[in-house]
Write a protein that binds this ligand. Structure first.
Ligand SMILES: Nc1nc2c(c(=O)[nH]1)N[C@H]1C(S)=C(S)[C@@H](COP(=O)(O)OP(=O)(O)OC[C@H]3O[C@@H](n4cnc5c(=O)[nH]c(N)nc54)[C@H](O)[C@@H]3O)O[C@H]1N2
Ligand SMILES: Nc1nc2c(c(=O)[nH]1)N[C@H]1C(S)=C(S)[C@@H](COP(=O)(O)OP(=O)(O)OC[C@H]3O[C@@H](n4cnc5c(=O)[nH]c(N)nc54)[C@H](O)[C@@H]3O)O[C@H]1N2
Ligand SMILES: [Mo]
Length: 752
């Protein structure tokens, strides 16, 4: 194991470092300048949607928004390397299972359909027809359609997602685990309960108008680099930015916009006016205290703090909420947050001085056992001062995968409402199942317990993304059939059911030609803008099929000929799919015509018109119980997060530039004072051991301790290496999201 080189990073995000890193990526993937130019058509009106993240562009017609990590994501897909059957077949699957995530990915793009051959323990090439017949045979043999699950990762296009759910529902199940279950599910559940809609309410224009931005549990410098430009705009217009995070993340502290000459050579913009170094899981307590302080400020100066008109006209539940939140004790809040009273009062004053406030958040809030109440407390906070549905104010859950929000809109959800199922029935003439299906955690349990026999995944890397890696892997192995529709090799391909298939597919950047000619697809970003994406590159192999084509052929093979649904026509002309989406999904009327012009359209959010699709028709103040994560003596609260050089389950390199860590991912970051208390030295080798309420323990061996300015009592290690530590049953109440950011651990010194 190589030891990490550590030098705490003091510079800004962006700047020269970003440019250098991009040049290196292009070189590594052997992408020549011609290819590089194609890459630069990302997010252009005529180009493809960047698969890097779900942050929006100005009308999607921007003058090319440059982003280091977007280029890395595109370069990874556009690589010149090929994972051919011959290269994969050189190794047994047992051997491949010993490879790192990075090395599997580095074989390059998949080129041919493959089947696992248990007699040789190797993958071998098969024909597409054999592949579809194999899946059909297994699905048809199941005693019940509920014995299959159909996973989706968030890169899938609207068109493919719509057809996938159509196929699966006609087959007869709602078993749709997806990456959203592991990601922003608490945001959707919490906002839906509070305001009736599970999506954000703001646009980029609101960032220019906001007086104050609160950024909770998010590392935009790495994961949404283009967001830094929006933060810069807020600052330029006199707004303030507050970062709430256990770590001092570089992009939140200072930013040099590499798209401007000044940004490359200048000092950059200071982003955060205040950084609150909160303990992991302390955000619910912080918002409850903020809300109490707003009520007290109103008591002190009646009529000046709360928006009484808004509360009276638009909300319900205020009295119960207010009575409860007034009781939240300072002592508990200070313990839960690790903050000082002065820090919290400074934040209160900042909020009181701001007419309009936006709250942004990502995984630091959702991946906790109280993720749902935390989101509901944020909505409470915004409702108090009418910070919803007006310019410069609102909720901004910042989504991850580039089309994760669109996939949900298209029906990838294990419990779509009856209105959606009814519309499907009216359009396609079959009765969709109404019984709710399995989400990701329930899906693993069902495979583990033998209740599910077939796993199909459109994209993603299920065994590395999910919690409790060993349990998840064993669950997959118990299946009769596992099918992975993928662009590149990953660990999930090495954990096979009795029969296992890899179906290689086109990526976002690849040209997609079907019977009626060249096709384009659509996606929905984090701010509900729907727009076109058109691949331009020569496909990685002539054998690749698009996701749409694979789904159509799976459906025809499985459901048999003679059905009502024209799968063959859909495959040949994607505009026919959009015609159907227009008739089934609200907000997509006249889809083909509207999406093709001037950067697409924005799906309306009724909350912005003061319409709340809740049972009461009002926005609901929630009364949330106080909850904090406590670690027993000698233990820490561990969060698992992304480095600057990875895309979800796939590390590009063992470096984390903005945290100053180079050469190793087997590190655990801990505050130096905690290390002293634990009797550990910087760079010492430890095992991370998690403890769970049922007394069970899980171990991740061989990590170097790194003294790092993290919040006291916390620790941080990288995802997916830390996933073995998260018990399958450790989930957010109400959304079943694994608690990847709230793991109770101890560090055990490794003695030689
Ligand atoms: N380059 C790149 N871009 C990506 C991705 C990628 O892997 N690479 N992944 C995409 C996906 S799917 C997603 S969901 C997003 C993820 O985007 P992020 O949510 O930014 O990703 P994480 O690395 O999980 O970072 C979580 C942040 O929350 C902080 N945090 C942890 N626990 C707490 C807490 O209890 N309270 C608070 N206030 N903060 C906390 C961490 O210190 C860290 O800064 O990024 C998307 N974009
Ligand atoms: N410990 C810990 N665990 C986490 C998280 C965390 O913060 N901490 N974050 C969670 C979150 S937020 C998420 S979203 C999940 C992510 O979980 P997933 O979405 O399942 O994982 P990814 O790593 O994004 O999937 C990468 C694979 O997708 C395939 N792929 C890439 N592009 C395409 C495409 O265009 N089409 C198809 N069909 N396949 C493609 C490639 O084969 C690649 O190997 O992980 C979750 N797990
Ligand atoms: Mo995500």
């Amino acid at each position: 194991m190589s030891e990490a080189k550590i030098q705490i990073y003091k510079g800004p995000a962006g700047g020269w470092g970003a440019l250098r890193s991009v040049a290196h990526q292009l070189l590594q993937h052997r992408i020549a300048l011609k290819g590089a130019r194609t890459l630069l058509s990302a997010n252009q009106p005529d180009g493809f949607d960047c698969p890097g993240c779900a942050w929006p562009d100005r009308q999607h017609t921007s003058s090319f928004e440059f982003c280091e990590n977007g280029v890395k994501a595109v370069a990874a897909e556009a690589t010149a390397d090929r994972a051919t059957p011959e290269r994969i077949g050189e190794h047994t699957v047992t051997a491949l299972r010993g490879w790192t995530d990075h090395d599997l990915e580095a074989l390059g793009r998949l080129t041919e359909p493959l089947a696992y051959d248990p007699t040789t323990d190797r993958y071998r090439r098969i024909t597409w027809d054999e592949a579809f017949a194999t899946v059909a045979r297994h699905l048809q043999a199941l005693p019940s359609p509920d014995e299959a699950i159909f996973y989706t990762s968030g890169r899938t296009s609207n068109e493919a997602a719509f057809l996938y759910q159509l196929f699966v529902r006609e087959f007869g199940t709602n078993n749709f685990p997806d990456c959203s279950n592991m990601c922003h599910e608490p945001s959707g559940v919490g906002m839906k309960a509070s305001v009736g809609v599970g999506k954000g309410t703001v646009t980029l224009d609101d960032f220019e108008l906001a007086d104050c931005l609160l950024i909770f549990g998010q590392n935009p410098g790495t994961n949404h680099p283009r967001m830094l430009t929006a933060l810069e705009e807020t600052k330029r217009n006199g707004g303030s930015v507050v970062a709430v995070n256990p770590l001092p993340e570089a992009g939140l502290i200072r930013f040099k916009n590499p798209q401007t000459p000044r940004g490359v050579v200048g000092k950059g913009t200071v982003i955060a006016d205040q950084h609150l170094k909160i303990r992991p899981g302390g955000d619910l307590a912080l918002f409850q205290m903020l809300n109490r302080l707003l009520l007290e400020a109103e008591d002190a100066a009646p009529g000046t703090v709360l928006d009484h008109d808004f509360i009276a006209s638009d909300t319900t539940g205020y009295d119960e909420f207010a009575a409860a939140v007034r009781e939240v004790p300072w002592d508990d809040v200070l313990t839960a947050t690790g903050l000082t009273r002065e820090e919290i009062e400074e934040l209160r004053d900042r909020v009181l001085g701001a007419r309009s406030v936006i709250v942004c958040w990502a995984m630091g809030l959702t991946q906790h056992r109280h993720g749902v109440p935390t989101i509901r407390e944020i909505v409470n906070f915004l409702l108090l001062r009418g910070n919803l549905g007006r310019p410069g104010a609102g909720v901004c859950p910042v989504r991850g995968h580039s089309n994760v929000q669109g996939d949900r809109t298209m029906g990838i959800w294990e419990k779509m409402p009856d209105s959606f199922l009814g519309a499907l029935e009216a359009e396609f003439g079959f009765t969709p199942p109404t019984k709710h299906g399995y989400d990701s955690v329930a899906g693993v349990r069902a495979m583990r317990d033998g209740a599910v026999r077939v796993f199909v995944g459109v994209g993603g890397n299920f065994v590395r993304a999910m919690s409790d890696t060993d349990v998840t892997e064993e669950a997959l192995r118990r299946c009769r059939l596992t099918v992975q529709i993928s662009t590149k090799l990953n660990r999930s391909h090495t954990v096979c059911g009795e029969t296992a298939l890899i179906l290689p597919t086109l990526g976002r950047t690849d040209r997609d030609v079907q019977a009626s000619g060249e096709q384009w697809i659509t996606v929905e970003d984090s701010m509900s803008e729907v727009h076109v994406s058109r691949g331009r590159l020569e496909p990685a192999s002539p054998s690749l099929l698009s996701e749409v084509a694979i789904i159509c052929r799976l459906a025809r093979a499985t459901l048999g000929p003679g059905g009502e649904i024209p799968w063959e026509d859909f495959e040949g002309d994607y505009s026919l799919i959009r015609d159907r989406i227009a008739r089934v999904v609200p907000g997509f009327e006249d889809f083909n015509a509207r999406v093709g012009v001037s950067g697409g359209f924005r799906l309306p959010n009724p909350v912005n018109r003061g319409v709340y699709p809740t049972p009461s028709g009002k926005a609901v103040f929630a009364r949330n119980d106080f909850d904090m994560l406590t670690a027993p003596p000698g233990h820490l609260v561990l969060q698992s997060l992304r480095s600057h050089d990875q895309w979800n389950t796939i590390p590009y390199a063992p470096d984390d530039r903005y945290r100053g860590i180079h050469g190793s991912r087997q590190v655990v970051m801990v505050n130096p004072d905690d290390l002293a208390e634990l009797g550990l030295e910087d760079r010492e080798l430890v095992d991370i051991v998690s403890v769970w309420t049922d007394g069970s323990e899980r171990r991740a061996p061989g990590f170097h301790v790194v003294a790092y300015p993290a919040a006291r009592g916390s620790a941080a290690a990288y995802y997916p290496e830390a996933n073995v530590l998260v018990p399958l049953d450790s989930v957010a109440a109400g959304s079943n999201t694994p608690t990847y950011k709230g793991i109770i651990v101890r560090l055990e010194r490794v003695t030689a």
